[in-house]
Each structure stands twice: as C-alpha cells, then as structure tokens.
Design a protein around this ligand. Structure first.
Ligand SMILES: [Zn+2]
Length: 131
C-alpha cells in the first residue's frame, strides 16, 4: 500500500469507490490513523480539497477518513488540518494527502476546468512544500 496508484475509477458507485480508496491508501483513517473496523471505525469518503472550495468528486481528490474526523475537519484546508492533527499528537498521512494533491493537479491539467479549485490547490501544495 503506497501513497500513489493504483488509479480508482471515477465512474464506480460511491461504496465501491470508497472500498478501492481504502485498498489504495491503507485501511486506516488518513488523519488519526485508527484502523477501519466494521461496526467500530467505519471509513467515510473525504475530499482533500473541500467540495465547498471547488474540489471535484474525483478519486484523485478523495481519501478515507473516520466519520469523527470527517465531521470534525469540516471545510478546514488539508494543510491546516494536518497541522491540527499533529498538534493533537497524531501522525496523519501527509504522504497520502500530498500524493492526492499532486494527482489532482495532474488530473486538472489533463481534463481542464476546476477553475475555483486551482488556486486553492496551488496554495495547499506550497504550504506543504510540494509546489
Ligand atoms: Zn480519524
């Protein structure tokens, strides 16, 4: 399980996409690293660039987070939320978040559009030292 690849098909229904994303990134919350476990810690679909900030519903912008952290993060930027997680003593998946932001940039360059997400995305990459 690495931070990059395999690609997840955007046309898959949401539950199947989430399953593939867990396979891609690992069976733990991207923020708190709690392992996903049926009936205890369920994965939920998290958008790295928030939908509110123009982030697309593409697998390149999707990671798996526990429901608690998905709710708690709200529309906080990924860079700010990584810092908040670390302030709490967690070891969030900076590698996964960074990989998704870079993939999202490549996907937008390829497909076009997403004008609102672009400057936000560049700002996040700079803040993470990946620009
Ligand atoms: Zn979590």
């Amino acid at each position: 399980m690495g931070a990059g690849s395999p690609r997840v098909d955007a046309s898959l229904p949401r539950p199947e996409r989430l399953r593939r994303i867990v396979e891609r990134d690992g069976a733990e919350c991207v923020w708190c690293r709690r392992p996903f476990e049926a009936g205890r810690t369920e994965p939920s679909l998290e958008h790295v660039v928030p939908r509110l900030k123009g982030g697309p519903a593409w697998p390149e912008n999707e990671v798996a987070a526990c429901r608690r952290d998905n709710r708690a993060r709200g529309h906080t930027s990924p860079a700010a939320w990584l810092e908040e997680c670390e302030r709490r003593g967690w070891e969030p998946r900076r590698d996964v978040i960074g990989a998704r932001l870079l993939e999202l940039r490549a996907a937008i360059a390829e497909r076009g559009g997403q004008r609102r997400a672009r400057p936000y995305l560049e700002g996040q990459l700079r803040r993470l030292g990946l620009a």
